[in-house]
Write a protein that binds this ligand. Structure first.
Ligand SMILES: [Fe+2]
Length: 256
C-alpha cells in the first residue's frame, strides 16, 4: 500500500506558518533555557493531520513491540511498539519530504541558532512509537544526536500519564550515566502535550522520559532527528540501538 504521492505534493506546498523575528527569538530563548520548545504554532494544521494518518498507516503495516531495559541508561525501561527508521524512510514519501523541506528546517535552524544536518545514521533519522498498554514508558535517556522534532500525533488525557519530563543541560556518559544523580541535583520539568502538538528538543543534553501510562490507551509520536555540526565525526561504539534491533547487547528483555 502506498500513500497518494500527488496529493502529498500538492498539500505540502505550505508546511509552516510564517512567524516574525520576535516569535522566533522567543522560541529560541526558551529552547536554549529549557532544552525544549513547543512549536505547534509553526506548523500548519493540515500537515499535522496528514502526518497523523501516515503514522497510523505505518503502524498498521510495520509495528514491532519492544519491552526491554537498556544498560547505557542505567537500565531504564522501553515498553512500546515502534516502526524503525529505515522502514519509515522506505515506505513514506511524506515523511522524507517533510524532513528535507527547507520551510521546516529553516525556522528550526533559526531557533537552534545553528545548522541542522541530516542524521548521518539512517537507523536513527526517524522513529514512530506507540505506547498502548498500562505501564508503557520511554524511560530516562538522552539522544545520540543533537536535535529532534517530535510530532505528538495522539496523546491521552493528562491524568492517564505519558507526560514528558526533562532535565536540560545534562550529558550522557554511556559507561556511567548517573541518571539518579542528575534527578537529585536538578529540577525536573514536566510537560503535557495534546494530540497535534509538536515540540523541538535538544536531545543530546536534555535527559528526558515519559511518565508510564496508568492504563491501556494510545499515545503515538513521530520523531525526526537531525545532527549538529559537532555530531558529524563522532563514533558510536555502544551496541544500544534498541529501536532498530531488540537483541542489542545493551538491552535486557522484560516480560510483561
Ligand atoms: Fe528521546
Amino acid at each position: 500500500m502506498t500513500v497518494d504521492h500527488a496529493e502529498n505534493k500538492a498539500e505540502l506546498n505550505g508546511v509552516c506558518e510564517k512567524l516574525d523575528r520576535s516569535d522566533i527569538q522567543r522560541l529560541s530563548h526558551r529552547f536554549h533555557r529549557y532544552g525544549i520548545v513547543t512549536v505547534t504554532e509553526l506548523i500548519k494544521e493540515n500537515v499535522r493531520d496528514l502526518l497523523r494518518k501516515e503514522a497510523e498507516r505505518l503502524l498498521d503495516l510495520h509495528a514491532e513491540r519492544r519491552d526491554l531495559r537498556l544498560a547505557t541508561t542505567d537500565n531504564t525501561r522501553r515498553s512500546m511498539s515502534v516502526v524503525p527508521s529505515e522502514t519509515i524512510a522506505n515506505d513514506s514519501e511524506l515523511v522524507r519530504r517533510l524532513y528535507a523541506h527547507s520551510e521546516l528546517t529553516s525556522p528550526l535552524e533559526a531557533i537552534a541558532g545553528e545548522k541542522l544536518h541530516p542524521c548521518p545514521k539512517p537507523d536513527e533519522e526517524f522513529l514512530i512509537t506507540r505506547q498502548e498498554q498500562s505501564g508503557d514508558t520511554h524511560g530516562w535517556h538522552w539522544g545520540d544526536f543533537s536535535f529532534a522534532l517530535i510530532w505528538v500525533l495522539v496523546s491521552p488525557p493528562i491524568n492517564v500519564g505519558g507526560l514528558l519530563q526533562c532535565v536540560p543541560h545534562t550529558s550522557w556518559d554511556k559507561s556511567n550515566p548517573q541518571i539518579n544523580r542528575y534527578l537529585v541535583d536538578n529540577p525536573i520539568d514536566t510537560y503535557f502535550f495534546t494530540s497535534g502538538d509538536v515540540y523541538f528538543l535538544r536531545t543530546d543534553t536534555t535527559l528526558h522520559r515519559t511518565i508510564p501510562l496508568e492504563e491501556s490507551t494510545t499515545r503515538i509520536i513521530l520523531n525526526m532527528t537531525w545532527a549538529g555540526t559537532r555530531d558529524l565525526n563522532r563514533e558510536f561504539d555502544a551496541d544500544d540501538r534498541w529501536w532498530d534491533d531488540a537483541g542489542v547487547s545493551a538491552a535486557t528483555s522484560v516480560e510483561r
